[in-house]
Design a protein. Structure first.
Length: 225
């Protein structure tokens, strides 16, 4: 399946967010990959993960939640969960206005504080979110009330040597009532920078969204907790 790649601009609170949309009429679903800034989307580690998802038959929207100016001059915005929640809400609103996208099964993967934003958004978004995946993220920053009320399945993807995020993700796992999984990439640091580790992380994402995004509920496995 050969995807068509389109650079898009998404309006959000008076700013323009950069995105790269990969789409084909026969995709199994759409995965939003939330990054920090849009200026380096095409060369980021997220681009590698996008390619893995595309090769598995998913449309992807790889988007930076900060504008170019904010990425340069207001980097602290990347750590503000309420602000990132609003940005991610604007991304989903844009998807809802695209006839080719709004009917697709929707998943989101985010890192750092944006993982907390996607948890907050999952309970109040206008589009149904089928599955979430935190990659080296801090979903606990959403707040315990949001975690406890989460219904969408959640993957916690973290490196074995990510000493900041691994303990926090283990605590999140214990507090979730939704279908959930903690996937620890052996030998990997926070950014999955070691040889072969980013590829391993990509395949875990593919497996996760492959379980939860197909439109037929009966295709979902019964053995996840």
């Amino acid at each position: 399946m050969k995807m068509r790649h389109t650079e898009v601009g998404l309006p959000a609170e008076g700013k323009w967010l950069d995105g790269i949309l990969a789409h084909h009429p026969d995709v199994a679903g759409l995965v939003v990959l939330a990054e920090r800034g849009g200026g380096t989307l095409a060369t980021s580690r997220g681009a590698f993960l996008s390619k893995a998802l595309e090769d598995a038959g998913f449309a992807t929207l790889h988007v930076g939640l900060l504008s170019h100016e904010e990425d340069r001059r207001a980097a602290d915005l990347w750590h503000q969960v309420p602000a990132l929640t609003q940005r991610l809400a604007a991304v989903l609103e844009w998807i809802g206005h695209q006839p080719a996208l709004r009917g697709l099964a929707l998943g989101i993967t985010a890192r750092d504080a944006a993982a907390g934003a996607m948890v907050r958004l999952a309970g109040r978004g206008t589009l149904p979110i089928r599955a979430l995946a935190s990659r080296a993220g801090r979903p606990d920053l959403a707040g315990m009330e949001y975690l406890r009320s989460l219904v969408a399945p959640m993957l916690l993807l973290v490196g074995e040597h990510d000493d900041d995020n691994l303990p926090a993700n283990r605590l999140v796992l214990a507090r979730l009532d939704c279908p959930r999984e903690l996937a620890v990439v052996a030998g990997a640091s926070r950014g999955f920078e070691e040889p072969g580790k980013l590829d391993e992380a990509g395949q875990i994402l593919v497996r996760w969204f492959g379980r939860w995004l197909p439109a037929t509920p009966a295709s979902r496995p019964d053995n996840l907790t």
